[in-house]
Design a protein around this ligand. Structure first.
Ligand code: AMP
Ligand code: MG
Length: 535
């Protein structure tokens, strides 16, 4: 028998604020922008807002806190998670971190618009830090306002939960609320600021520590504090590694490398592009964090970046993600060197991470293709050829692999037209030339030969493929449709998308519309194909 579940009310949540208890804080309590040295955080309270109105909450995330849906539907819940009321046991603070932005050291950044409320321990003895994003300025806000707008908050709320259901390590989102205040944003930094509805997302994560938390301490030569933060992180978030020691530091760094690369492999599998892989946006736990100008590959274009700020350099485009993760790991390695004291194990871990992600990409592509194993002799060429075929005409990354699972070998292939099981994957099936069809067919013939070598029926292969190739992803235009309606006070689409994205690998026959490729209206629409960091 499963033990009976008991629920908490907001007042009976169990707080255990270990981060602030065990690590040194900034003695200055004023909420003024400044450089904070010798500390891991500053205490700061959320700024009260005119109103607090619930847009949506995630029932699954509420369950992580042992909360019932009814609790989340109350006005009191909206007040608490917009930052207008502190529950007993909350001890709010903003973290100090630095980071490399677009490859350049940027010095102190910190939680400029995130305020951690405290850590709860749930019934399963899990630790979750609660964090409000957009609840007002902190000592780390620099020249910005500490606020967030509805459009970007909907994107963060939905994508955090969608990633979780895809099986990808991520921070979670409990709630999305409106503050009742207008926030000015110049969406494309082109001198056209607009007032937008202000919003707050409550995020949950075992830890919000980033590579940049270690980097800022190393950059300032605060080596004993750096060691304290490493010890804290290992004992709290990596307890299986044992008591911190030289060997444990090395094992920890190896594990951070592996977790980071596992996360990247998931991103590559589902076509997720983070958009701002700065070292301050890299979680030490290997979680996807900070959903800003992210995007989902629609047509397969390896050089695509959703972030207009990155359009010129394309540093953070889809195909670069493994290599950027490696670079970021190198920066983390540099930061922890004063404590690890030996370069060789750090370098070895980074080298191994490269080999790991390269092998991982082969294995992942083999899985996407439904092979039982990656066979180097044949499969490297099949994959390389496929990646070229996917680029000869606009081809939807998600729909192509879903469609391919429907192939029942041996299939008749016509020279004049793309096979029917792949038709929906092409953005302009009528404009595909005969030569392009033949090129596709040549690859499909290779593929048919290859799958014939594997044991198992086409049905088995389809099942395997559909477990790794999602049918439903949070396409850029889908999130935008939820934003358009929510800006008119209709939140139903936010709820609907949250529900669809709960079963991304399943067929949902009454929800085919959410699996459709990007419609033409969305091709150049801001928010669908172009995003900026302005949020
Ligand atoms: P990002 O790359 O968007 O995750 O943010 C980079 C840095 O800018 C972080 O230190 C953020 O806290 C800070 N930041 C972003 N937007 C704001 C804002 N509206 N107000 C204050 N700080 C912000
Ligand atoms: Mg960030």
């Amino acid at each position: 028998m499963t033990p009976k579940r008991t629920y908490h009310t907001l007042e009976t949540l169990t707080f255990d604020n270990r981060f602030v208890r065990e690590l040194p804080g900034d003695p200055d309590m004023a909420n003024t922008r400044r450089q904070v040295t010798g500390a891991c955080y500053s205490r700061v309270t959320p700024t009260p807002t005119a109103d607090s109105r619930l847009v949506a909450f995630s029932p699954a995330a509420a369950r992580l806190m042992d909360l019932k849906d009814e609790t989340c539907q109350s006005d009191f819940f909206a007040r608490v998670f917009t930052g207008n009321y502190l529950l007993p046991g909350m001890d709010p603070f903003a973290m100090c971190y630095g980071g490399h932005q677009f490859g350049n050291w940027a010095g102190q950044l910190g939680d400029g618009r995130a305020i951690n409320l405290g850590e709860i321990i749930n019934q399963r003895d899990e630790r979750w830090m609660l964090q409000l994003k957009g609840a007002g300025p902190t000592p780390y806000s620099r020249t910005a306002d500490g606020l967030a707008v509805l459009r970007s908050s909907i994107r963060e709320f939905l994508c955090s939960e969608a990633m979780f259901y895809l099986g990808i390590p991520t921070t979670r989102a409990l709630s999305l609320t409106l503050t009742g205040e207008a926030v000015e944003r110049d969406m494309f930094y082109d001198g056209h600021p607009k007032l937008e509805p202000g919003a707050v997302v409550c995020r949950l994560s075992p830890s919000f520590t980033r590579f940049g938390n270690f980097q800022i301490l190393a950059a300032r030569g605060e080596n004993s504090l750096l060691q304290r933060l490493m010890d804290y992180t290992i004992t709290t978030d990596f307890p299986h590694l044992g008591t911190p020691s030289q060997e444990v530091y090395e094992a920890w760094f190896r594990e951070v490398c592996k977790r980071t690369m596992d996360m990247i492999l998931h991103w590559m599998r589902v076509g997720f592009v983070h958009g701002v892989m700065n070292t301050d946006n890299m979680s030490i736990m290997g979680l996807t964090i900070d959903y800003g100008p992210y995007g989902w590959l629609e047509d397969y274009t390896p050089g695509w970046t959703p972030n207009t700020t990155d359009a010129a350099g394309r540093r953070y485009c889809f195909k670069n993600q493994p290599q950027i993760a490696l670079w970021n790991l190198g920066q983390l390695g540099n930061a922890i060197f004063p404590v690890v004291k030996h370069l060789e194990p750090i370098q070895a871990a980074v080298d191994d991470a490269l080999a790991y992600v390269q092998q991982g990409q082969n294995a992942m592509m083999a899985q996407k293709l439904g092979f039982q194993h990656f066979e180097p002799a044949s499969d490297a060429a099949i994959i390389a050829d496929l990646l070229e075929v996917l680029q000869q005409v606009e081809t939807d990354y998600t729909l192509f692999f879903r469609g391919l699972s429907l192939l029942t070998a041996p299939e008749e292939l016509s020279e004049n037209k793309v096979p029917s099981f792949l038709e929906t994957a092409f953005y302009a099936p009528d404009r595909i030339t005969r030569a392009q069809v033949m090129r596709l067919n040549a690859w499909l013939a290779l593929y048919q030969k290859r799958i014939a070598q594997d044991k198992g029926s086409p049905g088995d292969r389809r099942q395997r493929m559909n477990r790794v190739n999602p049918k439903y992803v949070l396409r850029n235009y889908l999130a935008q449709t939820a934003i358009d309606r929510a800006e008119k006070n209709d939140f139903s689409r936010v709820w609907e998308l949250l529900d669809v994205m709960r079963k991304p690998y399943d067929e949902q026959p009454d929800r085919e519309e959410f699996a459709e490729k990007r419609p033409e209206w969305a091709r150049h629409r801001p928010g669908c194909s172009m995003l900026s960091c302005s949020s």
